[in-house]
Structure formats: structure tokens, C-alpha cells
Design a protein around this ligand. Structure first.
Ligand code: GLY
Length: 402
């Protein structure tokens, strides 16, 4: 999408922001009446068959959710979750997760956990083996170790190299990166005045540095993108079985390069996940801070309770995010938010703030109702977000707005 088209889509969608009841009425009701159903973020596709088979065989609904989440936590190539998750600014992987069990109306969560890979399972143990709902940091880690979880280094070589690429290039104000004795050393660009560098140049420079760090050729552009636009990743999964029992869960390594101790929406009951056995289950991926401020998953389930369809319920939550920024497109285009909604009767929706991701690809989610597939997410705004930070300037032609 070129910049003019992007801006016109922003203008067009500004009108869509005033999404009124008339527009809502155009939303088709989601398919319903079919159970079991499993919904997840797109990266849940891998584990969806296994999770669905568990629902069919009568396993507890939280077993099925746990299976789907664990597949991604164990996968070193998913750098948004578990092993291989992108680390905090100090190069340490910190994981967050929560689960909710509909039939017993219980919840468990952990935040800022280091060296423990399967944090969704730890969150479940907090729910089942304590009188608490949430443990964080060192306490959560000790709790996991006490329950037999191994401590392991979660930083894969690939994630370490991407972090190093970020660390060496995000600032010329410190001593990271090659020093004056290096043949490649160049004097820092004076600040101010700092002439904004075209994003293309910046990406090319990052790709060269990625090569020098040993990042494999076909991953260098992706690594550059992760450096410029720190991703939030995450996997959410909600399920309902044939009997109408529900569970949900969310697990993540959170925002890449975050300040140590930062916790996003994923482990917050009511933000990254909420399951109400009487109504439905919802979860989120994307800019966690925005979801926390509107209690995203709880808001959606409460909207279902009031009679909205899954799609309407999520669109309303997204509108609250937009409203929180006074509908300013200068701000909203730096945000990313995806919701996954499952009503007790099997009706579902995947709904995104933006129609496309920062790579210009149409937003999708995973659905399994006996037939596993990706479906394109409904959306509030047509266009492509530009993830924070705005590097190097809004007017540069970039993969995000090209
Ligand atoms: N949505 C994941 C996070 O912000 O940490």
C-alpha cells in the first residue's frame, strides 16, 4: 500500500471510527451451534489439531488449551512465546501467562518468569495448587521449580543474535557495539541536529550488521524488522467442548526489548484472557498496554453477556482503545490489537484493530470446529499499523507504509 493510499485509508477509517449501531447491524452473526470449537491466534495453528482431538476425546477443556499453548512454548522458532522468546532489554527472557477454567470458575497467572519454559502450565498450577491467582518474578520461578519444572536457558542463539542486533544499534549514546579500535568504527552522528535516516537505509545497515552477527541470510530482514518494531507476539487459545464447558489461556514472552519487570496484558485476568462459563471466552494479542487499559477480554465477554455478537463485542472493545487516544490517527497507527472471541454456543470471531499487519499481510486467526483453518480477521480500521517506535520518521517510505 502506498503512503497516499494508506493515508486515505486512514481518512476513510476515521469515519469508521464512528461505528454506530447501523454499522453494527451489518455484522453477520458468527457461525454457531457447532461444538467443540477451538479458536486461537494464528500461531495456534500448529497445535490446534492436537487440542481439538483432546476436546473430542473428552479431556478437560483446559488440557486442550494447555496443549495448544505448550506446542508454541516448546517451539524455539516462535520468538514470541516460551523457548526462544525475544528477551527484555538486558537479554533475559521473561514470560507471562494466565489460564481460566470455566467449569470450576477458577484462574491462575504468572508474570515476569525467568528460566521456566512452560509458564501456562505453571499458571495452571497456581490455580490448582495455591489459594492465589497470580505469582510474579522470582516467587513464581521458585514455585515452578518446587513443582518440578526445570530451569533452562530460554534464550536461543537466534533470539540472542536479534537482541544483540538491537542492543548494538538502538543507540549511539552508549558503549555497546564496536568501539574506536574497530576498523568499522564511525564517529556517532551528532545529536542534534539528527537528520532522519531513510528507513530503507536503516534496514540495509541492520541487514549488514545482522550478517556480521551470524544471523542466517533468509532471516536478516525479519531480524531487522524485529529491531525496528519490537513485536509483542503471544498466543491465545479459547475452547468450548460438546457439553458447553469452556477454558482459555494466553502465554507470551511479551514485548521485545521491554524494561525488565514489564508485564503486559497476557497474564492479567480480564485483559489477555477471560472465560465466563455462562457466557464465553476471549483473549488478546498485540499492544498489551492498550488491552490492560480497557480490560479487553473481560469487556468483550461482558459485551457478549449484553447480547452483542462476538464480532460486535470485540469491535466495541477496539473502539474503546481508539477513544482512549481521542481518535488520533497519529497515535492509533502505532497500535496493534487482535481479539479472539468464543461464545458458549460455539459462535466465534477473530477481530483486529487493523486489517493488515506491519508486513502488509491480512490479519488471520486459527479456528477448528472439525475443520482446521485460518480465517481472515474482521477489523475496525482498514490499513497497516506502524509499530512503536516511529523509526526514523513518519514520512519515510518503509515496509510498513510502502
Ligand atoms: N500482548 C502481549 C504483551 O503486550 O505482552
Amino acid at each position: 500500500m502506498d503512503r497516499r493510499k494508506f493515508l486515505s485509508s486512514v481518512a476513510l477509517t476515521s469515519a469508521a471510527l464512528a461505528l454506530d449501531s447501523e454499522a453494527r447491524q451489518k455484522n453477520e452473526p458468527a457461525p454457531s451451534g457447532k461444538r467443540p470449537v477451538l479458536i486461537s491466534s494464528a500461531n495456534g495453528f500448529v497445535g490446534a489439531d492436537g487440542g481439538y482431538a483432546m476436546l473430542q476425546r473428552g479431556f478437560d477443556t483446559l488440557d486442550a488449551v494447555g496443549f495448544v499453548l505448550k506446542v508454541q512454548e516448546d517451539d524455539p522458532t516462535d520468538d514470541s512465546v516460551g523457548l526462544g522468546g525475544l528477551p527484555n532489554e538486558e537479554g533475559v527472557v521473561e514470560l507471562d501467562a494466565c489460564v481460566m477454567h470455566g467449569p470450576t470458575r477458577r484462574a491462575g497467572a504468572v508474570g515476569g518468569v525467568r528460566e521456566i519454559k512452560n509458564v501456562a502450565a505453571v499458571a495452571r498450577l497456581v490455580m490448582e495448587r495455591t489459594n492465589h491467582v497470580m505469582l510474579v518474578g522470582e516467587g513464581a520461578q521458585r514455585f515452578a521449580v518446587a513443582h518440578g519444572f526445570p530451569r533452562e536457558n530460554l534464550l536461543t542463539e537466534r533470539s540472542r543474535k536479534i537482541w544483540m542486533l538491537w542492543r548494538e544499534t538502538h543507540s549511539d549514546q552508549d558503549t555497546w557495539g564496536p568501539g574506536v579500535s574497530s576498523p568499522d568504527w564511525k564517529p556517532p552522528v551528532p545529536v542534534p541536529p539528527l537528520k532522519p535516516q531513510a528507513l530503507k537505509e536503516k534496514v540495509d545497515d541492520l541487514a549488514v550488521r545482522a550478517a556480521s552477527l551470524g544471523i542466517e541470510p533468509d532471516f536478516r530482514m525479519a531480524a531487522a524488522h524485529r529491531v525496528l518494531f519490537p513485536p509483542t507476539g503471544t498466543i491465545h487459545c479459547s475452547v468450548v467442548n460438546e457439553k458447553g464447558e469452556m477454558s482459555g489461556g494466553t502465554t507470551t514472552s511479551g514485548l521485545a526489548w521491554k524494561i525488565p519487570g514489564r508485564v503486559g496484558d497476557s497474564p492479567i485476568i480480564g485483559a489477555g484472557c477471560y472465560t465466563d462459563q455462562d457466557i464465553g471466552s476471549a483473549g488478546a494479542t498485540g499492544t498489551g498496554e492498550e488491552c490492560i487499559k480497557i480490560c479487553g477480554a473481560h469487556t468483550i465477554v461482558d459485551n457478549l453477556r449484553k447480547g452483542m455478537t462476538p464480532k460486535e463485542a470485540a469491535l466495541d472493545a477496539l473502539e474503546r482503545i481508539v477513544r482512549n487516544h481521542n481518535r488520533s490517527m497519529d497515535k492509533i497507527r502505532f497500535l496493534s490489537m487482535q481479539f479472539y472471541v468464543l461464545r458458549k454456543d460455539g459462535a466465534y470471531a477473530g477481530v483486529s484493530l487493523w486489517s493488515h499487519d506491519t508486513d502488509g499481510k491480512r490479519r488471520k486467526f486459527t479456528i477448528h470446529d472439525g475443520n482446521k483453518r485460518f480465517e481472515e480477521s474482521a477489523y475496525l480500521l482498514e490499513g497497516t499499523p506502524i509499530d512503536w517506535p516511529k523509526t526514523p520518521d513518519l514520512n519515510a517510505k518503509s515496509p510498513a507504509n510502502a
